[in-house]
Design a protein around this ligand. Structure first.
Ligand code: 5AD
Ligand code: FES
Length: 357
C-alpha cells in the first residue's frame, strides 16, 4: 500500500511534504493505524524505553480574561465557579505530589491578571527552593517576553502554550478578535529563545478544522521544533458557543500522536486527560500510539470540578494519590512503567539545569 511507504518515509526523514501529509491523513484505515502505531512505539522505545513520565498538574486558577470559543472557563461563562490558589496552597500540592513521586509540577491556569509577574515569580521561587530536584512547567497563556524571562530566571524550566491552530483563519474562528496566531507564535518563539523547554499543540477535531489545517499544524510543529507537543480531542462544553459542535475522535487523535512521534522521535508527548475523557482506555491507547507522558491531577479535590475546560472531564473527584496509583496500574497492564524522574527532553539531559548544581 502506497500510504505505508509514506509512513516509512516519515520515519526515515522525520517529515513529509504537505501533499504527502495530506495523503496520509486522508487514507486512515485500521490496517494503517496498526502499522503507524507499531513504528511509533518502536521509535518511542528506542528513545525512552518503557518509561512513561508523570507530571503533576496543578490547576491553580480558573479565572481567565480571554474568551476562547471552545473553553469552559472563558471569561463570559457566568456559570463557572471561580477560584484561585495562593502560594501556600500550591506548595501543599507540590509537597503531596513530591511524596507520590512527582518530579515535575505543571502550574496551569487561565490568563488571570491577579497573578502579576511579582506574584508568579514569588510562587516559582518558592517551588524552586522547596523542590530543587524538580522541574517547574508553566502553562499561563500569553505574557510579555519580559514576564517569561523573569519567570525563567526565577527557576521555571518549561512552558506549555498550545498554538491551537497554525492556520490564521481557523485560529480566528476559535478565538475572539483580540487574539491572533501571530502573537501566539511570537510567544512560542520568545519562550524557546529564552531557553525554556517549550510545548505547543492543538485540539483534534476542533470546529471547522480541515485536513489542510492539520497539515499546517504538523508543518508548524516541525518548524518550531518543540520539546513537547500537547494534543487531545476537542470536547464541547455546554456553556460555550461550541456547545453543540461534534467532538474530535479517538482514532484521529491517536493517528496524529503516531505521526508526531515519528516527526519528533525524542518529543515528550502526553496522552492527555481529554483523550481519557472521550474513551475509557484513551490514555492507554495514546501510549500505545507513541505518547510517553501522563499528567495526573494534583489540584486540591475541592476545586477540581471547577476547572472544567470541557464536559465530563475525568479525574475530578479523585485524591491525588488515587490518580497516581490508578495510572501506575493502567500503565503496568500495557507493559509500561511510571518513571520517577524529571523527564527532561533528551536534548538537554547532559546540561545542568538550575537547582541541580
Ligand atoms: N476540549 C478539548 N480541549 C480543550 N482545551 C480548552 N478547551 C477545550 C475543549 N473544549 C485545551 C486547549 C488549551 C488546553 C489547556 O486545553 O487546547 O490550550
Ligand atoms: Fe485519575 Fe485514573 S488517573 S482516576
Amino acid at each position: 500500500m502506497i500510504v505505508k511507504t509514506l509512513i516509512d518515509k516519515l520515519e526515515r526523514n522525520q517529515t513529509l511534504a504537505p501533499e504527502e501529509f495530506k495523503q496520509l491523513l486522508e487514507n486512515q484505515s485500521p490496517e494503517l493505524f496498526e502499522y503507524l502505531f507499531a513504528r511509533a512505539r518502536e521509535v518511542q522505545g528506542a528513545n525512552y524505553g518503557n518509561d512513561v513520565y508523570i507530571r503533576g498538574l496543578i490547576e491553580f486558577t480558573n479565572y481567565c480574561k480571554n474568551d476562547c470559543h471552545y473553553c469552559g472557563i472563558r471569561n463570559s461563562n457566568r456559570n463557572a465557579r471561580r477560584y484561585r490558589l495562593d502560594k501556600e496552597q500550591i506548595l501543599e500540592c507540590c509537597q503531596a505530589g513530591y511524596e507520590l513521586g512527582f518530579r515535575t509540577f505543571v502550574l496551569q491556569g487561565g490568563e488571570d491578571p491577579f497573578y502579576t509577574d511579582e506574584t508568579m515569580v514569588a510562587i516559582v521561587k518558592a517551588i524552586r527552593e522547596g523542590f530543587p530536584d524538580c522541574a517547574i512547567t508553566l502553562s499561563l497563556g500569553e505574557r510579555s517576553r519580559a514576564s517569561y524571562q523573569a519567570l525563567f530566571d526565577a527557576g521555571a524550566n518549561r512552558y506549555l502554550l498550545r498554538h491551537e491552530s497554525a492556520n490564521a483563519n481557523h485560529y480566528a474562528m476559535l478565538h475572539p478578535e483580540a487574539m491572533t496566531l501571530a502573537t501566539r507564535k511570537q510567544c512560542l518563539y520568545d519562550l524557546k529563545d529564552i531557553g525554556y523547554q517549550v510545548g505547543c499543540g492543538f485540539m483534534v477535531g476542533s470546529p471547522n478544522q480541515t485536513i489542510e489545517n492539520l497539515v499546517e499544524d504538523l508543518i508548524f510543529i516541525k518548524e518550531l521544533g518543540p520539546h513537547m507537543v500537547g494534543i487531545g480531542p476537542f470536547i464541547p462544553h455546554h456553556d460555550t458557543p461550541f456547545a453543540s459542535q461534534a467532538p474530535g475522535t479517538l482514532e484521529q487523535t491517536l493517528f496524529l500522536l503516531g505521526i508526531i512521534r515519528l516527526m519528533l522521535p525524542e518529543v515528550l508527548l502526553p496522552a492527555t486527560t481529554a483523550l481519557g475523557t472521550i474513551s475509557p482506555k484513551g490514555r492507554e491507547l495514546g501510549i500505545l500510539a507513541g505518547a510517553n507522558v501522563v499528567m495526573p491531577n494534583l489540584s486540591p479535590g475541592s476545586v477540581r470540578k471547577d476547572y472544567m475546560l470541557y464536559d465530563n472531564k475525568i479525574c475530578t473527584g479523585d485524591e491525588a494519590a488515587e490518580c497516581r496509583s490508578c495510572m501506575e496500574m493502567r500503565l503496568r497492564k500495557i507493559g509500561y512503567q511510571v518513571a520517577v524522574a524529571r523527564g527532561d527532553h533528551k536534548s538537554i539531559n547532559d546540561k545542568p539545569t538550575e537547582g541541580e548544581e
